[in-house]
Design a protein around this ligand. Structure first.
Ligand code: PLP
Length: 582
């Protein structure tokens, strides 16, 4: 990036200081600057950090630091050992189940986020029942479920309208080859709610993304796929790549070919400079695939970027795909597209419209969807399907059982969704759920600030995530989720949490109380430390002067840069743990 285009130093510093962006993005932004600007940013950030305690009088506002494995003392280890004993008494059957059945049962999640010092606490819970806002486990514990079934669950467990529809479908039998009346209705309703022209069902979200990309390649005859850093689009070879510091794409996991990754261009999300790359390479790009608000980074909502991206892709005739797997039907009945007022050429869905049964959906403009079946040609005239058609099939794509569930869910969404307000704002029922989520986040964020805990809850609609701002999956964070479970609140180790319409105000208050208790226990037990103060300098000079002051002080900026580099490297290593999108 040349100097004329780089983000101003002030903007970069502000973003880092206000923690609007995470370390990963901070590092990228930082690296996009020339050396002199990097020094200025370091000076500003370090100057502000030093000033913070003085301004607050006694350093009371400086956040504490969450512990990592390397910070553990013998006292911490003894505390963990006592917790292990308590936890063993809390969920003995779940633990025994994992030990007994791992011989035959393979599950990648078993090793996900494993920390050596917490290995004895690291096993999945066996559920026996789920009802409304609650799940029950094999040991008789009942939890308020905020895992949201990885985003599937919008109406709570076993809502009667869904059970009835699925039972009815079972009673009717589940033939797979012919059409059913339900599939016609479901696709019509899907298009009506989302504003797309045509829709098809797939067997999973991964498959929906994979096929949507194939449609785009078939439509354009081009190869390259643009996607954005920090997004998750399932693990098909078509999209499973990330990039190194030099911007080269590489496969997300062993077994995925470099040749596949070579077709993928991974760009910075929300960075207008990414648009220049797209413009420059437009002739090679089959599609731009975007998770409009990334479930791993819900605080990033780059609406202006998305609008500019939409405009550019129209100008360059590049099909734009929104992956609304999590945002679809959750943040608004028309998903992120409805909320931001941007219509993609195709959008991929799954999760909510499956009603708990496995599904994916591709919906989009007829121009693209026609490449699957040749368009709406007729039997009663001379029309014929277009000759250019791509390949797409799946034994269970239209399985009547899941189509019954989809139809029931879509019907419920339609029934509950009001028309958009005349001023263009959306009045759909999801807004109420979004407000409740904001309340939960605001209440807890205030508590975290007051307690100086380095934790923030980020939200998008009724999706929320706990973000430990100075570490990623350190010991304290891992322990927090164990303690929260023991307080009767069940989450998902991957980190995405959700509210559903089944959560009552009392449930939400109980979640808040559980979080407060768990965090307070950790704080009281020494799992949040005073952050190491920066070595004292006289005063924080103005940015220009501090550059040379840092150089004089013996704080080689290179070390700071190395520190940031190390943080970034840790993040990238974790990104390789590709199962986390689940
Ligand atoms: N795209 C996004 C944005 C997702 O969050 C996921 C799953 O979490 C997928 C695609 C893959 O969907 P599935 O797990 O149904 O295959």
């Amino acid at each position: 990036m040349d100097d004329a285009m780089q983000t101003p130093v002030e903007d970069v510093s502000n973003k880092i200081l206000s923690k609007q962006i995470d370390k990963h993005d901070a590092m990228r932004l930082f690296q996009s600057l020339d050396k002199e600007s990097q020094l200025q940013v370091l000076a500003i950030v370090r100057g502000a950090e030093r000033l913070a305690p003085a301004n607050a009088g006694k350093g009371a506002t400086r956040p504490l630091k969450a512990l990592d494995q390397r910070d553990l003392t013998d006292e911490h280890r003894a505390w963990i050992a006592a917790l292990v004993e308590k936890y063993d008494r809390f969920v003995p059957k779940s633990k025994a189940n994992v030990l007994e059945h791992q011989v035959h049962f393979v599950d990648q999640r078993r090793a996900f986020h494993l920390l050596k010092d917490l290995k004895k606490l690291h096993f999945q819970i066996t559920y026996t029942q789920a009802d409304g806002a609650y799940v029950h486990d094999a040991d008789g514990n009942k939890y308020i479920d905020i895992s949201g079934d990885m985003g599937v669950n919008l109406f709570g467990h076993r809502p009667p309208f869904l059970i009835e529809a699925v039972k009815h479908s079972l009673d009717q039998g589940i033939p797979l080859v012919g059409y059913s009346d339900m599939i016609f209705q479901a696709c019509k309703l899907f298009c009506e709610i989302t504003g797309h022209e045509r829709a098809l069902f797939t067997q999973s979200g991964t498959e929906a993304v994979m096929f949507a990309v194939r449609i785009a390649r078939a439509a354009t005859g081009r190869k390259k796929i643009v996607l954005f850093d920090g997004a998750y689009h399932g693990l098909s070879d078509a999209v499973a790549a990330t990039r190194d510091l030099a911007g080269n794409s590489f496969p997300l996991a062993p077994g995925i070919l470099q040749e596949s990754a070579d077709q993928i261009i991974v760009l910075d999300y929300g960075d207008m400079a990414a648009l220049d790359t797209i413009e420059r390479m437009a002739g090679e790009i089959a599609t731009v695939l975007v998770e409009p608000v990334q479930s791993r980074h819900p605080y990033k909502k780059p609406v202006e970027f998305l609008k500019a991206l939409r405009q550019l892709t129209i100008e360059k005739d590049i099909p734009l795909i929104f992956d609304e797997m999590i945002t679809g039907f959750r943040v608004c009945h028309r998903g992120a597209q409805g909320m931001f007022g941007i219509q993609a050429d195709m959008a991929t869905y799954g999760k909510i419209p499956g009603g708990g049964l496995p599904t994916g959906v591709i919906a989009g403009a007829a121009k693209y969807m026609d490449l699957v079946d040749g368009g709406t040609w007729r039997f009663d005239d001379d029309s014929m399907p277009s000759s250019k058609r791509t390949g797409m099939a799946g034994t269970h794509s239209q399985n009547p059982l899941k189509i019954a569930a989809a139809l029931a869910v879509l019907g419920e969404i339609k029934r509950r969704s009001d028309e958009p307000a005349p001023d263009g704002t959306c009045a759909c029922f999801q807004q109420e759920l979004n407000r409740k989520t904001t309340y939960l986040a605001d209440t807890l964020n205030a508590f975290f600030r007051e307690q100086r805990l380095p934790v923030v809850i980020d939200t998008f609609g009724s999706l929320f995530r706990f973000r430990f701002v100075d570490s990623y999956w350190g010991v304290t964070e891992a322990l927090f989720f164990i303690l929260l479970r023991m307080e009767g609140v069940e989450t998902n180790i991957q980190g995405n949490c959700f509210l559903t319409t089944a959560h009552t105000d009392a449930d939400i208050e109980a979640v808040i109380a559980g979080v407060k208790t768990s965090m307070s226990t950790l704080k009281g037990s020494g799992f949040f430390l005073e952050a190491e103060p920066e070595p004292v300098q006289k005063a924080a000079p103005p940015p220009e002067a501090t550059v040379s002051a840092i150089q004089r002080s013996g704080h080689a900026p290179g070390n700071e840069i190395e520190r940031l580099r190390a943080l970034l490297a840790a993040d990238l290593a974790l990104a390789e743990d590709a199962g986390e999108g689940k």
